[in-house]
Design a protein around this ligand. Structure first.
Ligand code: ZN
Length: 163
């Protein structure tokens, strides 16, 4: 992996991979948005993170500059190292697409890697992040890298409208 490789793990240079999304292009599917969001966490592109929140996401109700400041504060200490897409589920009847991923994240030498099942919805303009159910890898038993959506412990929480 060379220095200009995109942090999202696709193996392309940042300029040819996630950077165009961070500059305003719309990712073509949920997985591409997921990768671009991970990359934005890695590179501190907080404007993109806020722009791609679905209006029903909890943070979308807060002022954008407040959310951006909060993200910036958190990201300063975090090292988003590596992304593995574990599983995807195509768009369902309610328009929700899901991506299960493993994010390798470090904070001051502490392993904060997590697995998350994220839900994405297209709002007519582009794909947006609706919600996620992150679980710290350190709290999981077994190999996190072998998880699939059907075996993810909190899979039910990622389903919008189910309770
Ligand atoms: Zn990328």
């Amino acid at each position: 992996m060379s220095d200009d490789d995109c942090p999202c793990g696709r193996g392309a240079a940042y300029a040819d991979c996630c950077e165009p999304y961070h500059r305003g292009a719309e990712p073509e599917d949920a997985e591409t948005l997921m990768r671009a969001r991970f990359c934005a966490f890695s590179k501190g592109e907080v404007g993109f993170l806020v722009r791609t929140l679905h209006k029903d996401h909890d943070d979308a109700a807060r002022p954008a500059d407040e959310v951006e400041a909060h993200l910036r504060e958190g990201l300063a200490a975090l090292n988003y190292q590596e992304l593995s897409i574990l599983d995807t589920r195509p768009v369902d009847d309610e328009g929700v697409a899901q991506v299960l991923f493993l994010a390798k994240v470090w904070c001051h030498g502490k392993d904060l890697s997590f697995v998350e099942l994220s839900s994405f919805v297209h709002d007519g303009t582009g794909w947006r992040y609706l919600l996620g159910a992150p679980l710290l890898v350190s709290r999981l038993s077994g190999d996190a890298g072998r998880l699939r959506i059907t075996s993810f412990p909190d899979a039910a929480q990622g389903q919008k409208g189910q309770s």
